[in-house]
Design a protein around this ligand. Structure first.
Ligand code: SF4
Length: 334
């Protein structure tokens, strides 16, 4: 199954309980950013640029656990920066697992091979390696040599040690659909469980020649979608319908709240108007409707999974059940 039955049940229970309490704004996934320091300088990354003044700051283990406790999301996605540069990353992961959170460790893979000697595989831990293209193209986007081969060495080791490994691919304006499809075939052969995709977000702090408008996003995602063949995909088929222009979704920025050394980021993982000291203050003080209605210029071409994957689940109707069931069991979105 594409999600473990345990996670599916936990997520369904979480949604059901919140609905029962008439709570419609609740987190699905906590985006935990324990530090912004990174060992790469990828051309499309807004984080290392937006937070360049606090690259030496990091969250403590206690702050990470307190953020998870405040959000109460079933899944904690550890991002950054490069999380494996955090000196307490093992303790953070193990403490979250002990508290029964599902953990997604997002990494560029450079330090992963050695890190695998220090941590045990778990059904609740997924390692998500960021790969944006094959060989030279991934290296070029990452701004360094041998990034692709080092990430693949780590993926091979993780698979051989029975870790759950997924990959995350960002699609840019200059991405080639054929190459992306070849990348997915290549990744499937290495034994990764599934791939995730998202169109690049046009960060204010990054030159925008890398980013697409919605029409271009529909075009490239249609080409990828039509040729996915045996690729197992972690994004829901409903999110794919959104990416290919077949489904309209409104963003749910509260579903993936982000916590980092500056606090709780408002309104979302991607854009910043302010930071709040507590999750309750983030919820209370953010003008959510402004973003849901797409009234902010920065949201114009945003189709990122952090804003819309939860929306796709909320848009589920009876007529969608067959495709959701098929995807849950096979990972196929078409
Ligand atoms: S559409 Fe939503 S997720 Fe995207 S930038 Fe706007 S508020 Fe953030």
């Amino acid at each position: 199954m594409i999600y473990s039955p345990k996670l599916s049940l936990k997520m369904m229970r979480h949604i059901f309980i919140n609905r029962l309490k008439r709570n419609y704004k609740f987190p699905y996934v906590l985006m935990l950013e324990p530090l912004f320091k990174c060992n790469l300088s990828c051309s499309g990354c807004g984080k290392i640029r937006e937070y360049k003044d606090i690259l030496d700051k990091q969250l403590s283990l206690e702050e990470c656990m307190d953020a998870a406790r405040q959000a109460q999301a079933p899944v904690v996605s550890i991002t950054g920066g490069e999380p494996l540069l955090h000196p307490q990353i093992n303790e953070i992961i193990n403490s979250l697992l002990e508290k029964k959170y599902f953990v997604y460790l997002c990494t560029n893979g450079l330090l992963l091979k050695d890190f695998l000697d220090d941590i045990a595989p778990s059904n609740e831990l997924s390692i998500v390696v960021h790969i944006d293209g094959l060989f030279e193209n991934h290296d070029s986007l990452s701004g360094n040599k041998n990034v692709f081969s080092r990430a693949m060495e780590a993926i091979n080791k993780a698979v051989s040690l029975n870790f759950k490994v997924r990959t995350n691919t960002t699609i840019y304006k200059n991405s080639d659909a054929r190459e992306i499809l070849n990348l997915f075939t290549f990744l499937m052969k290495t034994g990764v469980q599934s791939i995730m995709v998202s169109p690049a977000f046009s960060y204010e702090h990054v030159e925008n020649e890398l980013f697409m408008d919605k029409m271009s996003i529909y075009k490239i995602f249609k080409e990828i979608y039509n040729n996915l063949n045996g690729t197992k995909v972690y994004n829901t088929p409903l999110y794919w319908e959104f990416l290919t222009g077949k489904r309209n979704l409104q963003c749910t920025p509260w579903a993936n709240p982000a916590f980092n050394p500056k606090g709780w980021k408002s309104p979302c993982y991607l854009i910043t108007d302010s930071h709040y000291p507590t999750y309750a203050e983030l919820l209370q003080n953010t003008d959510w409707e402004k973003y849901v209605a797409g009234k902010d210029k920065r949201c114009e071409n945003c189709m990122m999974h952090s804003g819309f994957e939860a929306s796709s689940i909320m848009s589920l109707r009876i007529k969608d059940l067959a495709k959701i069931l098929k995807w849950s069991f096979t990972g196929k979105v078409k």
